[in-house]
Design a protein around this ligand. Structure first.
Ligand code: SF4
Length: 257
């Protein structure tokens, strides 16, 4: 299917269904995806280890970001959020922490009211530099798609020996100061049924939510083309039913259907 890659370091601003007017930052290559996951729903397509892995330098990111912010300010553009997303996992960049410091400085100078958001798959949280950088941003949006290891293996296809227990242990470092993001979907892959909305799945997910008590949760489903064609969206009513169970714990839950 028609997945796509971002061909710039700074892209947008785009209208994000979850975040508002968002200027995107891609710390990964512009011609390939680099990620510690290979999610079957990834809008960037499959992770291909053979592709070029040249990352932009910290200076390049700063220069491109400053140039775009200056232009947006001149054009009187609206900016709600600077979002680290792009072609893979932003926290894999070796200068991630320094780039976050630069971004805070530039945001404060040009758009002090804008938020900084990072979309991460939670696999680099064993690094204190990454955790500390994520604690500096306004919205650290950290992925956990299931509380069951076999589902994570099927859905996210982690490269290393990443387990739910390990991710949850690392998420505890935030003491609730993070936004949990969970992709719910259904379908089939490699002859197996994929559905992380079953009672067993939701029960396990909720027990982790209760344990971690994130300040907010973003529940969503597929919205664009995915590399696997046998996946289907979860209806909004089902997402809302899952969200209501988390809301009953007193957590703010945003649903994107
Ligand atoms: S974690 Fe994000 S970038 Fe990485 S494969 Fe999954 S959806 Fe794609």
């Amino acid at each position: 299917m028609a997945t796509f890659l971002f061909d710039e370091i700074i892209f947008g601003p785009v209208r994000s269904r979850r975040l508002g007017a968002s200027l995107g930052v891609n710390l990964l290559p512009t011609k390939s995806k680099v990620c510690s996951f290979d999610c079957i729903y990834c809008e960037c397509g499959w992770t291909n280890s053979a592709d070029s892995k040249k990352l932009p330098t910290r200076d390049e990111v700063r220069e491109h970001m400053q140039a775009r912010l200056v232009k947006m300010k001149f054009d009187a553009d609206n900016l709600d959020v600077i979002t680290f997303a792009g072609n893979g996992e932003p926290t894999l960049h070796p200068s991630f922490a320094g780039i976050i410091d630069d971004t805070i400085e530039l945001r404060d100078e040009y758009f002090p009211d804008a938020r900084i958001a990072v979309l991460s798959n939670s696999t680099m949280l064993h690094k204190s530099k990454v955790v500390n950088a994520l604690l500096k941003v306004d919205q650290n949006i950290l992925k956990l798609d299931s509380g069951i290891d076999s589902t994570i293996q099927l859905l996210n296809q982690p490269h290393a020996s990443i387990t739910v227990d390990k991710i949850v242990e690392n998420l505890h470092q935030f003491k609730g100061n993070f936004i949990l993001q969970t992709m719910f979907l259904r379908g089939t892959y490699k002859g197996k049924t994929m559905d992380n909305t079953t009672d067993i799945e939701v029960k396990k997910w909720l027990s982790i939510v209760k344990e971690l008590m994130p300040k907010e949760i973003m529940v969503y489903t597929i919205a664009r083309d995915t590399p696997v064609e046998t996946l289907i969206k979860v209806p909004l009513a089902d997402l809302e039913a899952i969200a209501d169970q988390a809301r009953s714990l007193g957590i703010l839950v945003q649903v994107s259907g």
